[in-house]
Design a protein around this ligand. Structure first.
Ligand code: ATP
Ligand code: MG
Length: 176
């Protein structure tokens, strides 16, 4: 029997298409340059799992399904350079449910023996890579109503990196 290739996996928030379109239009109007991320690929990584066996996916689905966190609004109000040269949108404040979602995922993953990057979680949406300097203007800001998160696989293809959703889960309606 052929051995199945591992999957490169991450949990993320996928940018909704209307927000993605507005973000791409804004980015392009600012002349940010570099290598722009396609609209379809705009996302916020919650946990990067790296290469995992296909057999791990079922356990990851169960882990994700057990998460109980309220939906929230993310306010992307800063344009920053992260790492060497990634132009990113970031929130200046992390909503509590975002922190809870990341904490619950990270805790669950560690019980599955999945070792995450030691760097603290830094919420960001990458807009473009290989950017040297940023324009001075800050975004308007962008409001993102987050009511789902998903598990994605990442594949390098001749056309660039492709993310495919394996499954997604709803966040709870916050009690008012
Ligand atoms: P490519 O690496 O092909 O240029 P990419 O960075 O978008 O494309 P992946 O490397 O598969 O694709 O990463 C998927 C997501 O996980 C991206 O949001 C990436 O920033 C994030 N990621 C990758 N490596 C780590 C890591 N060590 N720690 C935290 N997040 C990571
Ligand atoms: Mg990468």
């Amino acid at each position: 029997m052929p051995t199945e290739q591992p999957l490169r996996l991450f949990f993320a928030l996928k940018c909704p298409s209307d927000l993605g379109e507005a973000v791409c239009n804004w980015r392009d109007s600012q002349g940010i340059g570099g290598r722009p991320v396609t609209q379809a690929n705009l996302h916020m990584t919650l946990a990067f799992l790296g290469n995992q066996p296909v057999a791990a996916v079922e356990g990851l689905r169960q882990l994700a399904a057990s998460i109980r966190v309220d939906a929230f609004t993310l306010r992307l109000d800063q344009l920053r350079l992260i790492g060497k040269d990634f132009a990113c949108l970031t929130p200046s404040q992390n909503p509590s449910p975002l922190n809870q979602l990341v904490e619950q995922l990270h805790a669950g993953l560690s019980t599955h023996g999945i070792v995450l990057d030691a760097r603290p979680f830094l919420p960001h949406v990458t807009l473009s890579r290989r950017v040297q300097t940023l324009p001075g203007l800050q975004p308007r800001p962008f409001q993102w109503s987050v009511d789902r998160f998903g598990l994605y696989r990442s594949d390098n293809t001749p056309r660039g990196v492709l993310y495919s959703e394996l499954a997604s889960w709803s966040l709870a309606n916050p009690r008012r």
